[in-house]
Design a protein around this ligand. Structure first.
Ligand code: NAP
Ligand code: ZN
Length: 364
């Protein structure tokens, strides 16, 4: 994981010197509103001005950035002499920055062409996450929506940010619902990193520390009373989750959940949460899963799945035809399915979707 991580309150301004090595002109890519409200955009501008770096701003990244948006960003700023990107916001602006960075580096390639290529490099990225969930600030992944195929998938290039600034103060004003969705995303990266064929001693060490931090905040998370200290732990757990999946990749819940996001418009965290109830049944007697439960401080699998369900709010009802079609689509996501440590049958996937579609009360 080649990203330099700078942490702490005010770290973007205090650590602005790390930006100066990235270039003389930056493009700030951010979301529509939140970075103007939580202080991160003001800090980014102050940090760039400290270093006498000129900048432009693109502040129109919505949820689920598309191939077309990536092209639009490049077309708009292609002649501006942009040397690096300062990505500011949740996973969507950070992922959009990584994908746009590839076009700035490979100027003859369109976003649509890049989507089907591999190993293209990006101009340097500095990432400032303002949500605690995706870990995108330390992953090579960039999840982009292919609108023509109604599919979310990795842009396919290795775009690790050069530097990431973790300042949990930016996360103070996220709604309770979004905080919970983000937290479930971070949690799922940690869990899927352990219950994974590619797990190693090193990825486990990071994942277990992340799960231990999560266990310290889980009660406050549930009752909606996160302290400043909890927010620091949560963003740290999220970054650890990103470091873990950079090594292991994610697994079944992310493969199955993406379709619920594109087709049923469930937020990423809720979509993953819906899948977890059925997914964790695949690990009944697994000692590694027992270690996950113990580290999280849950005495049983039911207690854990109950926690995830209670934390997120979703209403999902799938027809048998949808279950069959989603199952076939998920099985095609070979990159994620092969990370599952056991043989997985089509019927198992159908059953996971069936459980996801049950009312919460029916599962208890
Ligand atoms: P997001 O989609 O970037 O943003 C969701 C909402 O949260 C937006 O309305 C945004 O508002 C708002 N928001 C962001 N920061 C905020 C803050 N500090 N205070 C208040 N509101 C704030 O959210 P996300 O959940 O972080 O990212 C989800 C995306 O990341 C998905 O596309 C998912 O596929 C992707 N993802 C990527 C990876 C990876 O490794 N690359 C891993 C997991 C997930 P504004 O638009 O106004 O900013
Ligand atoms: Zn995720």
């Amino acid at each position: 994981m080649p990203t330099r991580i700078i942490t702490g309150d005010g770290c973007l301004v205090k650590g602005s010197s790390y930006l100066s090595g990235l270039g003389k002109k930056a493009l700030i890519i951010t979301g529509k509103n939140s970075s103007k409200m939580n202080g991160s955009l003001d800090d980014a501008i102050e940090a760039l001005e400290n270093e006498k770096i000129r900048y432009k701003i693109f502040d129109k990244v919505g949820e689920h950035p598309s191939v077309e948006l990536i092209q639009e960003i490049y077309d708009r700023f292609r002649d501006e002499g942009i040397e690096f990107i300062l990505a500011l916001g949740g996973g969507a602006p950070i992922d959009a920055s990584k994908a746009a960075g590839v076009l700035f580096r490979n100027r003859e390639i369109s976003a649509a062409e890049a989507f089907s290529m591999k190993n293209l490099r990006s101009i340097p990225i500095a990432a400032v996450p303002t949500t605690a969930g995706t870990g995108s600030e330390v992953t090579p992944y960039s999840i982009i929506t292919d609108s023509s195929m109604r599919q979310k998938k990795d842009f396919g290039q290795e775009s690790f940010p050069k530097v990431a600034y973790l300042d949990s103060r930016y996360t103070y004003y996220i709604s309770r619902e979004n905080t919970a969705n983000n937290a479930v995303d971070a949690l799922s990266h940690l869990v899927e990193g352990v219950l994974n064929k590619r797990a190693t001693l090193f990825s486990d060490t990071l994942a277990m520390r992340g799960l231990a931090l999560f266990s310290e905040v889980k009660d406050h998370l549930m009752n909606g009373n996160l302290t400043a200290e909890d927010r620091k732990k949560l963003i740290t757990a999220s970054t650890l989750g990103g470091m873990v999946i950079s090594q292991t990749g994610t697994s079944i819940p992310h493969a199955l959940g993406y379709i619920l996001t594109t087709d049923k418009e469930l937020p990423h965290g809720s979509a993953t949460a819906a899948i977890y109830r059925g997914y964790l049944r695949l690990f009944n007697n697994d000692s590694r899963y027992q270690a996950v439960l113990k580290t999280l401080g849950f005495s049983s699998s039911d207690e854990f799945t109950g926690f995830i369900s209670d934390l997120t709010d979703y209403d999902l009802s799938l027809t048998e035809e949808e279950i069959r079609s989603y199952t076939n689509a998920s099985l095609n996501n070979l990159g994620k399915m092969k990370n599952h440590p056991y043989t997985i049958r089509k019927e198992d996937i159908e059953e996971i979707y069936r459980v996801a579609s049950l009312k919460k009360s029916a599962v208890r």
